[in-house]
Design a protein around this ligand. Structure first.
Ligand SMILES: [Zn+2]
Length: 288
C-alpha cells in the first residue's frame, strides 16, 4: 500500500510540474504571437557600424576605447569577432534609437554600395527627435533597409519623420514571400487582382513612398502609386548616387514600364476590400 501511495505522489508531482511548464510555454507562444515586435526589441544589445570617437565617426576596431553612440551618447564597445561583422555594441541594454534594427549581412552589403559618409547618418527633426538613417545622401534622400517585421504605424512615423524616404525590403526573410509576390504580379494570368494574397504587398503596397523589394537577384521590384515595376539594381544605385534629392529616382520610376497594377479601388474602399478578402479566402479554399 505504501509503495502505491509513494508512486502516486511522484506521478502527481511530475504531472503538476509538466503542467506548469506547459502553461509557461503556452504563455510564451501566446505573447510571441500577439507582440512579435515588442519581444524582438527586448533583451538585445543595440549594435551599429559607426560610433563617435573623439568627435569623429569611426568603424569598430579592437583598440579603440571610449567611443560613444551617435544618438544616445552612451558608451559603446568594439566587437571584432572572426565570424560576425565588426560593430559597436552598447555597453548596456538601454533604450537607444527604438527604430534601429541591428545589422545583418544584407544590410551591410547594401550600405557598402554607398559612400561611408552617407551611412548611418543621424537625422534630427525640428522637435529635437533623433534617429539614425541607414543611408542619407547629401541632398537629403533617406534610404531605409528593412529586414525585420515592422508595424504599419512605425512605417508611417518614419515616413513623416524623414519625408524624403524610400524603402528597400528584404524579400528573402520569409520562405514564400518571393513565390507569392511573383504569382500575384504575373500579368498573363491576371492574378494580380489578388494582391492581398502576397504578404509583402499586403504590408507595403499602401504606403505613400516608393518601396523596392529585393529578392537577391539583379532586379528590384518597386511598388509606387499602385503600380509594380521592375528595376535594375545597378540603375537604382546609380540613381541614388546621382540624384541625391530623389528626383532622378522618381523620374526613372515614372519612365519604367509597369508590369502590374494594384487595383486602386480596393486600396481606397474598405468595403470593397473586405469583399476582396472574401474572394481571396474562397479562392484559397479551392486550393489556389
Ligand atoms: Zn545609442
Amino acid at each position: 500500500m505504501g509503495t502505491t501511495w509513494g508512486t502516486t505522489t511522484i506521478f502527481l508531482r511530475l504531472f503538476y510540474r509538466v503542467q506548469r511548464v506547459c502553461k509557461y510555454i503556452f504563455i510564451f507562444f501566446k505573447l510571441k504571437r500577439e507582440y512579435p515586435y515588442e519581444l524582438k526589441k527586448i533583451h538585445r544589445f543595440i549594435v551599429m557600424k559607426f560610433a563617435l570617437h573623439n568627435g569623429e565617426r569611426k568603424e569598430a576596431e579592437i583598440n579603440l576605447k571610449g567611443a560613444v553612440c551617435q544618438v544616445c551618447k552612451a558608451e559603446v564597445i568594439a566587437k571584432c569577432g572572426d565570424v560576425k561583422i565588426h560593430h559597436w555594441a552598447h555597453k548596456s541594454k538601454r533604450k537607444c534609437d527604438h527604430w534601429w534594427e541591428n545589422e545583418t549581412k544584407w544590410h551591410r552589403d547594401w550600405k557598402n554600395q554607398f559612400s561611408k559618409d552617407w551611412q548611418e547618418v543621424v537625422h534630427s527633426s525640428e522637435t529635437g527627435e533623433r534617429h539614425i538613417a541607414d543611408i542619407k545622401t547629401p541632398k537629403g534622400l533617406v534610404v531605409e533597409f528593412q529586414h525585420s517585421p515592422i508595424k504599419p504605424e512605425e512605417i508611417l512615423a518614419r515616413n513623416t519623420f524623414y519625408k524624403n524616404i524610400i524603402w528597400i525590403v528584404d524579400g528573402k526573410r520569409r520562405k514564400y514571400d518571393e513565390k507569392k509576390f511573383k504569382e500575384v504580379i504575373d500579368p498573363t494570368s491576371g492574378a494580380w487582382e489578388f494582391w492581398y494574397y502576397s504578404p509583402l504587398l499586403r504590408d507595403w503596397s499602401r504606403i505613400q513612398k516608393p518601396v523596392f523589394f529585393d529578392f537577391g537577384g539583379p532586379k528590384l521590384y518597386v511598388v509606387f502609386e499602385g503600380e509594380i515595376k521592375d528595376f535594375d539594381k545597378v540603375d537604382f544605385i546609380e540613381a541614388v548616387k546621382m540624384g541625391g534629392n530623389g528626383k532622378t529616382l522618381l523620374h526613372l520610376l515614372k519612365e519604367k514600364t509597369k508590369i502590374a497594377k494594384i487595383k486602386d479601388e480596393y486600396v481606397r474602399n474598405s468595403i470593397k476590400e473586405k469583399k476582396e478578402k472574401r474572394t481571396f479566402a474562397s479562392v484559397r479554399k479551392r486550393g489556389y
